[in-house]
Design a binder for this molecule. Sequence first.
Ligand code: PAF
Length: 278
Amino acid sequence: MTRVIQAIEPLRAELVGRSVAFVPTMGALHEGHLALVDRALELADTVVVSIFVNPLQFGPTEDLAKYPRTLDADVAALEARGVHYVFAPAVTEMYPNGDVQTRVTAGQVGDLFDGATRPGHFDGMLTVVSKLLHIVQPRFVLFGQKDAQQVFLVSRMAADLNLPVQIEVVDTVRAEDGLALSSRNRFLSEQEREAALTLSRALAAAAASGANGRDAALGAAHAVINAAPDVALDYVALVNPATFLPVDAAHTGPAMAIIAARVGSTRLIDNMRLVLAG
Ligand code: PAF
């Protein structure tokens, strides 16, 4: 039986003395989230999933109001999986003073890529993740690889602030045709969903050209994107997974191809590991 708890103190009281694996989410759950839950259930006796659409990580022109909220269906899916607790606080429970004075700041990488398009997004994300970790005090916290920049920044925060938690990263779950699962996919029309495949195809093209070096890999990705007029590219880049900074032309070895693009009014992201040679 899954217990849904809305307030911090009762949740803390329930969790005293337990070894917890924690999955923070914004709800609108799909198989990608449930893969995190399944891994969490392997790691600890008690699994907590938070469902909280965090206003702090949305910019003034972003889709906070439109972000899908499907609490009943989410709880039913988590119950079927065997999750013990759902923490679903109201905004006033998480931010009782309204405006937040104290924030975690993401540093240099927080201003790149998604951070360049969404100023303040990563500070808001790190701030709420930090709050949630203090509330739940889990032994393990789980994130999906699809949000690669988020994973990098949370890992840096945990290291920089000596947070007593182990981070587990779970591979991106994809539809059969390669589209990375995302809560935002539900906004895509049939035609847009087809266009959205450009993201994973561009990444796959980059990976396939990795043996010829950075410029060849980026060129292959751009060729796929340029052939898709319905896709408005935000960025495509190759980064060093250790620093999340762009690799230079001479870089060889592991790298990560990252992409963000708008299909219709829906912004999507994806990433893929590759090896650069050449
Ligand atoms: O990845 C998400 O859904 C959110 O960024 C997170 C980690 C739940 C923080 O609000």
